[in-house]
Design a protein around this ligand. Structure first.
Ligand code: NAG
Length: 192
């Protein structure tokens, strides 16, 4: 009886396992990213997300004050998208800056960890590149993917850690661009 229940629950688990998303299972004992040493000293802070439906723009910042400024401009506060680093520990290989740029006429904000892509966008009407913080270029313990999606009709870039939201957005609203980088899922020091 007990083993039948166990088998059934294992089957149920297998059937409800995520079908999509390139989330890799990391063996924390052999974590090559060393995300634990990255986490300590990284001064993690939430990646705060806001949305303005009139301007059709998602806006991301680690700064509570900056988010409140955008609320004053008509943006609504949405869920945080994990945690990003505001400092770069010396022993943390794979930590990369998140560059933010804006497109004035279309009210778009674009974020990338690629220096080359940042330069390309600066040549294509995007301005004011600033590094808002840091994330990890590869998967690791305590890290989750930050997905990037684009809709060029409304000119909006959407970033999410929520696989279900990513899947919904891909149903005719946004094109999927892939994983921009990996962010920390919590401030808890014991999950890595
Ligand atoms: C972008 O959004 C608009 C408005 O919601 C929609 O009509 C269009 O099909 C979307 N484009 C893509 C590429 O999904």
């Amino acid at each position: 009886m007990l083993s039948t229940l166990l088998l059934l629950s294992l089957l149920a688990t297998a059937r409800t396992a995520p079908q999509t998303g390139p989330i890799e299972q990391i063996d924390c004992q052999r974590d090559s990213v060393k995300s634990c040493s990255c986490k300590s000293g990284a001064a993690l802070t939430p990646l705060r997300r806001s949305w303005n439906g009139d301007l059709q723009d998602h806006f991301y910042t680690p700064s509570r004050d900056e988010q409140l400024n955008y609320v004053g401009l008509g943006y609504k506060v949405e869920s945080d998208m994990g945690f990003i680093a505001t400092a770069t520990p010396g022993d943390c290989a794979g930590i990369v800056p998140i560059y933010r740029m804006s497109h004035v006429e279309s009210h778009d904000h674009f974020y990338t960890t690629s220096y080359i892509e940042m330069l390309n966008y600066l040549r294509s009407y995007y301005i004011e590149s600033t590094a808002i913080g840091y994330c990890m270029s590869g998967p690791g313990c305590g890290l989750i993917p930050l997905h990037r999606l684009t809709n060029w009709t409304i000119v909006d870039h959407l970033y999410t850690i929520d696989d279900a939201e990513k899947d919904r957005a891909m149903q005719g609203q946004y094109d999927y661009n892939g994983i921009q980088c990996y962010v920390w899922s919590s401030l808890d020091a014991t999950d890595c």
